[in-house]
Design a protein around this ligand. Structure first.
Ligand SMILES: *Cc1c(COP(=O)(O)O)cnc(C)c1O
Length: 374
């Protein structure tokens, strides 16, 4: 055997890559701590899970899983085209919207080009950019005492755009902060970008954000040929485990993503469930209503503990514990409540807590109170 280490063989951008840290799975907590009756409020999942129509579609789809899925996702794309009133050619399906983000990085970035995103942005953006060896330009976030604390600062992002910039990632509402951008500010920002930049507006929490003055970037697809809007079935539709999301864009961009995507990147079960979920607006309404109540409960309960809670247009709150969050996170785990530490986002004093059912929200507040000795 020689002396070459595997690490030396790795492509240079991958050497520095840190893996994504997901929320702790329930089975892992059970295994490690021996606790039972666990609730997971760590990954912004829907506490109701999929709706009845999606569940029925999944059951029916079992009969077909011996066959490859429709690689074009025709039926789902038609349903989405109808929903968004765009041609079918404007839709790209992804294995979760994460897949879309990675395809965009692969399509538009190389080692000598740049991507802009914000401090405290979704953790997948830095990974996707680094993986292809591109240069990341990270814009400082808004200050903690801002109206949108730790949220995206569009002026700071615009200031980082150069002739080498190819991609800008904006999550709206943003994860992990929950903060959002209004339509007029965001549209003004997008209109001012040079045509050498593809703007990605990640609207994973779109359905939850409708009661805030949060932008709907899908309204601008006709005006802006460099705009990509990413959406997902993982959050409000309750299909996180199936992995299905999509991009809306003009066809020139969609055609490029289509060259790169795996031929069968969305499973047949996911395609069937997503079509059914689009036809079940009642489930989304129930989900959004439950979340609205959950945000109120979590905010008031956590504020009663003397904690600072950031504004949220999504299905989670970010809470500032005013000290390192590790002990509180651990304390909650021991009580069977999984929250999300966000130290890897540069927020060591915060926890992100997803809204659950009414009962789960009360349990989360009580568990944090006990963990903090309050
Ligand atoms: C959860 C999330 C996604 C998407 O997840 P998928 O399950 O891959 O669709 C994308 N962007 C943000 C900001 C998210 O929080």
């Amino acid at each position: 055997m020689g002396t070459t280490r595997i690490e030396d063989l790795v492509a240079p951008p991958v050497r520095r890559l840190q893996p994504y840290i997901p929320g702790k799975p329930i089975a892992e907590l059970e295994r490690e701590y021996g606790v039972h009756d666990i609730i997971k409020l760590a990954s912004n999942e829907n506490p109701l899970g999929p709706g009845p129509r999606a569940r029925a579609a999944m059951s029916a789809a079992i009969a077909e899983v011996g066959l490859y899925p429709d690689g074009s996702g025709f039926e789902l794309k038609c349903a989405l085209a109808g929903r968004h009133r765009v041609p079918v050619e404007w839709i790209t399906l992804g294995n979760g919207s994460n897949d879309i983000l990675v395809l965009l990085a692969e399509a538009f970035l190389t080692g000598d080009t740049e991507a802009v995103y914000s401090q405290y942005c979704f953790a997948v953006y830095p990974i996707a950019v680094q993986a292809v060896g591109a240069i990341a330009r990270v814009a400082p976030a808004r200050p903690a005492n801002d109206r949108m604390p730790l949220g995206h600062d569009l002026d700071a992002m615009a200031a980082l755009v150069t002739a080498r910039t190819r991609l800008i990632f904006i999550a709206n509402p943003n994860n992990p902060t929950g903060t959002w951008l209004d339509g007029s500010s965001l549209l003004q920002f997008l209109r001012a970008l040079p045509d050498t930049v593809i703007a990605v507006i990640d609207e994973a929490y779109f359905e939850y954000s409708r009661n805030a003055d949060c932008a709907d970037a899908s309204e601008w697809l006709r005006e802006l040929p460099n705009l990509v809007v990413a959406r997902t079935f993982s959050k409000a539709h309750g299909l996180a485990g199936l992995r299905v999301g999509y991009a809306l864009s003009q066809p020139q961009v969609a055609e490029i993503l289509n060259r790169l995507r795996q031929p069968f990147n969305v499973s047949s079960m996911a395609l069937a469930a997503a079509v059914a979920a689009l036809g079940d607006p009642d489930h989304v309404s129930r989900t959004v209503a439950l979340n609205r109540a959950g945000i109120v409960t979590l905010r008031s309960g956590l504020e009663r503990l003397g904690l600072k809670v950031l504004p949220s247009a999504a299905n989670f709150v970010l809470v500032d514990l005013g000290r390192a969050a590790g002990a509180a996170y651990e304390g909650m785990l021991r009580q069977g409540v999984i929250a999300r530490p966000v130290g890897n986002y540069g927020l060591p004093n915060h926890l992100r807590i997803t809204t659950g059912t009414a009962e789960q929200n009360q349990r989360a507040i009580a568990a944090l109170a006990a963990a903090l000795g309050r």
